[in-house]
Design a protein around this ligand. Sequence first.
Ligand code: NAD
Ligand code: DAU
Length: 340
Amino acid sequence: MKTLVTGGAGFIGGNYVLTMVPRYPDEEYVVLDALTYAGNLETLKDIMDAPNFRFVKGNICDRAFVDQLFAEGHFDYVINFAAETHVDRSVEDPGVFLTTNILGVQTLMDACRKHGVKRYHQVSTDEVYGDLPLDRPDLLFREDTPLHTSSPYSASKAGADLLVLAYHRTYGMDVTISRCSNNYGPYHFPEKLIPLMISRALADESLPVYGNGANVRDWLYVTDHCNAIDMIVRRGRSGEVYNIGGHNEKSNLEVVRTILKALGKPESLIHFVKDRPGHDLRYAMDPAKIEAELGWKPEYTFETGIRKTIDWYLNNREWWEHIIMGEYQNYYAEMYRERN
Ligand code: NAD
Ligand code: DAU
């Protein structure tokens, strides 16, 4: 079996191949990644020379390139993690979000149809459902909750989801979609809340909390997300959407305080800053469908997952310090100088 993993040099796609390449030594994995600012080959160094792994640099929007890759690749499965993912960047510059997150998906699905790929899996997000009020803890997102987006990022992800379902209905394509809550764990780019706060707290820098810090996110340790995707790709029903989440709702202030306490740093580092425009109040997933149909259960609670994550950032300073210093962007040239 051969799987194309797009966006596999990013946070979740990287954790996905780092988990699956050694788990399934008889299966082949190819990562296609454009290495945008968010892609980092240093993440993949442990599997780069594995016999069942190959890295290809390229853009999912490049139709001719994608077609050629599929013609030669004979992929059974395509799992699309590639996307522009940072909400704040989408507020500043929506264009690339629409191009990559919608047109890139169309390009991949057209190639899947043309080259007879068995299943296309779209990695989507809880943000397509919009947000929930803070004072109604009984409300959760279900797969039939209407799409109702707030940011250019979430609108682009919702657009992609609709397109994927349209290809299923119109062309009979075998597709699945997963919508997961906020992930955290190793190799998370330090522009996102948890790694940003860990790296800044370690440097005794101020921690910018948007608004009053009361916004709630539903946190899932990244390998629990990867295991859920693996189950959906192998055993999920075609044309279905699966919500993924572990019932770990925390306010941003709770998350930041947990990090400060674990690092032995003072709460005086917290600095309340101007809120994000359109800031979603609360996300909370109902994962009942994937639990009942596929038997998925998360391995980590927030408490065990955040401890493991903080330890990883303490023990792997080089990985994130290279990002902060910009050095990771030279890695491709260095790594591939002798391969080209
Ligand atoms: P990320 O930003 O860390 O990584 C994205 C990867 O995609 C990078 O390696 C980047 O180089 C690559 N990429 C971007 N544009 C590309 C293009 N045009 N062609 C090829 N590669 C391209 O993102 P992430 O946090 O790992 O998210 C992965 C997926 O999971 C995204 O689709 C995102 O919407 C979804 N998701 C993320 C979360 C989360 O909490 N991070 C939660 C739910 C869903
Ligand atoms: O819910 C899934 C989504 O989670 C994914 O689809 C997105 O790709 C991913 O980026 C993430 O989106 P969020 O906007 O929830 O994540 P972020 O880490 O940017 O912010 C988490 C919360 O923390 C949010 O309420 C905004 C707040 N925040 C964020 C940053 C970067 C701050 O208060 N200060 C900050 O500096």
